[in-house]
Design a protein around this ligand. Structure first.
Ligand code: C2E
Ligand code: MG
Ligand code: MG
Length: 732
């Protein structure tokens, strides 16, 4: 930046333009008529025009109307002296050049005339050349003065313009002395920083800079003053004036700062001369910063709860791990999942779900310290980072606090909701040294809590990991099991003691895993339900069982009943139910020999859809068996509502037959079955005395290891034809 040493506003041509070409008006004031006539000729030149008058009065009258460039003025006039006119001109602040022409030869007259403001004095008689020189000289001088005047005016205008630009600038414009003190600040400083320009003069610029930014800005100013010729820029936070003082306070303005050295230009420009100071412009970008912050906030925070999101959590966790590593300290990660959240969301709608999420987030947050991070990973999953714990048990204390924070129910639109959470905790470095592993391990521990019945917390245990991995493999293998034909149906016979023969078979699913061998349904059915594979599996079961029954009916076992187990999820859709009817028709089965076993939980889902599907099965002749009867719900109203055809006494009652109080339950169940006209089957009969006891209590059909385990179709068929194999056990 160059401060002009010389204003280059006027070209030299305009300054030195000669009077000759430019139009110019000359007034002759003389009482000598002859002279008035001749002079215009003598002085004639292109551009010059002449007026004349014989006395002072007329001259003033003309001057009042017209501006002249030059007056040729006689000293003695009929009504006064030339000096009077000079006085008039001075008084009227006129700038006409005047050449006095006079017969007076006293030097005093000449001096008097020049004193009164005449530009030249020519004594009569004169040489024409002498007069011409005087006229030329006076005109030239007048022109010069005019030019100067114009230049001054232009300079003034220019300065006013620049001052206006600087003072009205929307940015803070300032200059600093070479030692970094304010030399000037435009009025914008008042609204931007709360100081007046004068207050700042002499104050150091650095004193306004936020401490954190000081080293950067000091370096920037140093570079600028060290002759860095290019402008430098930086973003800096300046401290606004503490109201009522002249000291910087806590409120900040973020500015984009541009500074450049002030280098006055001189003729002998020395590039190594130190600068005269710093010129700076600071633009308030607080608004832009705020907008940027909002955008960043959105990228790193969850919209619903305004908590940090997964990305920010990972960031903070990584940072905390690095710090803990340096310190040799511990940290904990908690994985929190809300229990039964899906229920709220599905039953009451998303708005209530959101309300609950926000409420729970708020309560959890209250239990944490300032440096802890609570993040929402999505859905109903939250994570907590405890970046600095003294021992793992500290995390346990927080978990307990979180549980207590949820003791009070949440006020939902449909009533109170008591929320519980399942929490898993992992500790650095014990359970992992990287962010992902720690989070994953906390997740695994949480999952264990879920499986163990929710509402609780536990630490990660490396053994869990093995289970977890198994579970993942299981899930993957299960997906390909159907295609790879790895399922099998085994059949467990049901014996009528009174008829002394097999009256039914229960089809039980087995998974012949290529690596792990035979897997029981309890190990994989819940997984299949969870990952949505159960529908396909159930249809395979229905197909296979129906084909098997067709074969046995074909062999003449037309009284034989065959039961399949369906999952409660099969009643969420039509496919499996339709498949049963379809297979019965396809194989032309006697439909009343086909049973579907369902648990009481299906009955409890008392919706029109579920009820409709059960009816449809019943309408096509299929029997409905309540499996594990007596273990689920005590409300038996559904027995009246639903067309149930048989009850299966759960194994637990059979096992506990001798326990006090067990008999009344079995008696009650037998009573119910007889009362409602239902078939009754006892499950899990393992011993002869159990069979005898059940028979004496009115239960005739039984199933259990005492007779046979579930066996493959061929073996089951053998037992159909040789019932005595089974019946050799029969109590006498
Ligand atoms: P469930 O329907 O109550 O089947 C009876 C279970 O008790 C069978 O176990 C059977 O092997 C076992 N069991 C039979 N007699 C005795 C005994 O005397 N003592 C003992 N301790 N156990 C006995 P399994 O085959 O492991 O099946 C377990 C459960 O898996 C079944 O209970 C049923 O709920 C489910 N399940 C089996 N097959 C299927 C299927 O094809 N589809 C669906 N959705 N679930 C199935
Ligand atoms: Mg069953
Ligand atoms: Mg059962």
């Amino acid at each position: 930046m160059v401060i002009p040493g010389e204003a280059p506003f006027l070209s030299s041509a305009s300054l030195h333009g000669t009077a000759d070409q430019t139009p110019c008006r000359i007034l002759l004031v003389d009482d000598d008529n002859a002279l008035r006539r001749t002079l215009p000729h003598v002085l004639a030149q292109e551009g010059r025009s002449f007026d004349e008058c014989p006395n002072l009065g007329e001259a003033i009258a003309r001057l009042e109307r017209t501006r002249y460039d030059l007056i040729l003025l006689d000293y003695r006039l009929p009504d006064g002296t030339g000096l009077d006119l000079l006085d008039w001109l001075a008084h009227a602040r006129r700038d006409e050049a005047v050449v006095m022409i006079s017969g007076e030869d006293a030097i005093d007259a000449a001096i008097g005339a020049l004193r009164h403001g005449a530009d030249d004095f020519v004594r009569k008689p004169y040489h024409v050349a002498q007069l011409q020189r005087a006229v030329h000289g006076a005109l030239h001088k007048a022109r010069l003065e005019q030019s100067n005047q114009i230049m001054r005016q232009r300079l003034q205008r220019s300065e006013r313009l620049h001052r206006y630009l600087v003072e009205r600038a929307p940015d803070l414009i300032f200059t600093l002395s070479p030692d970094g003190l304010f030399a000037y600040a435009n009025p914008r400083v008042e609204s931007m920083l709360g100081y007046s320009g004068e207050q700042l003069v002499g104050k150091s610029f650095i004193s306004l800079v936020l401490d954190e930014d000081v080293p950067r800005i000091e370096a920037l100013l140093r570079n600028t003053l060290d002759g860095q010729r290019h402008g430098q820029s930086a973003e800096v936070r300046l401290r606004r004036c503490e109201p009522g003082t002249s000291r910087p306070g806590a409120s900040l303005v973020t500015v984009a700062l541009n500074v450049v050295a002030i280098q006055s230009q001189t003729r002998d420009d020395d590039p190594h001369r130190p600068p005269d100071g710093v010129y700076g412009v600071a633009r308030d970008i607080s608004e832009r910063k705020r907008a940027e912050e909002i955008i960043t906030f959105q990228a790193y925070h969850d919209q619903l709860t305004h908590l940090p999101n997964r990305i920010l959590f990972k960031d903070r966790l990584e940072l905390a791990i690095a710090q803990a590593q340096r310190r040799g300290g511990l940290l904990a990660v908690m994985f929190i999942d809300i229990d039964r959240f899906k229920l709220v969301n599905d039953t009451y709608g998303h708005a209530e779900g959101d309300h609950l999420l926000r409420g729970i987030a708020g309560r959890i947050k209250q239990t944490l310290r300032k440096g802890d991070t609570l993040a929402r990973l999505g859905g109903d999953e939250f994570t907590v980072l405890l970046p600095d714990i003294a021992q793992p048990e500290d995390a346990e204390i927080i978990a307990q606090k979180i549980q207590r924070a949820l003791d009070e129910p949440f006020d939902l639109r449909h009533g109170n909701f008591l929320a519980t959470v399942s929490m898993g905790i992992s500790v650095f470095p014990r359970d992992g040294e990287v962010a992902e592993l720690l989070t994953q391990h906390a997740d695994i521990a949480m999952y264990q809590i879920k499986r163990a019945g929710k509402n609780g917390f536990r630490f990660f245990d490396p053994d869990l990991n093995a289970h977890y991995r198994e579970r993942i493999t299981l899930e993957n293998d299960l997906r390909s099991a159907l295609a790879n034909n790895e399922f099998e149906l085994h059949f467990q016979p049901q014996i009528s003691l009174s008829k002394r023969r097999v009256v039914g078979m229960e089809a039980l699913l087995r998974w012949q895993h290529p690596a792990h061998g035979l897997i029981a349904p309890t190990a994989f059915i819940p997984v299949a339900e969870e990952v949505g594979l159960i529908g396909d599996i159930s249809r395979w079961v229905v197909d296979t069982a129906a084909a098997q029954l067709a074969r046995w009916q074909g062999l003449g076992f037309t009284d034989l009943r065959l039961a399949v187990n369906l999952s409660s999820q099969d009643f969420d859709r039509d496919e499996t139910i339709d498949r049963v009817a379809d297979r019965i028709a396809h194989h032309r089965l006697q439909a009343d020999r086909f049973d579907v076993e369902i648990t009481e939980s299906v009955m409890m889902r008392d919706t029109a859809e579920v009820m409709g599907r059960i009816r449809r099965l019943r309408d096509c002749g299929v029997g409905i068996s309540i499996d594990d009867f007596g273990t689920g719900y005590s409300a038996l109203g559904y027995l009246q509502k639903f067309p149930v055809s048989s009850l299966k006494i759960d194994r637990s009652f059979v096992t506990g037959l001798h326990a006090p109080g067990a008999n009344p339950i079995i008696s009650a169940i037998t009573g119910i079955a007889h009362g409602f006209g239902l078939h009754l089957v006892a499950e899990g009969v393992e011993r002869a005395d159990q069979a005898a006891r059940l028979q004496s209590m009115g239960c005739d059909i039984m199933q259990g290891h005492y007779f046979s385990e579930a066996v493959c179709a061929d073996d089951a068929e053998r037992w159909l034809t040789h019932t005595e194999h089974l019946l050799h056990h029969q109590p006498s």
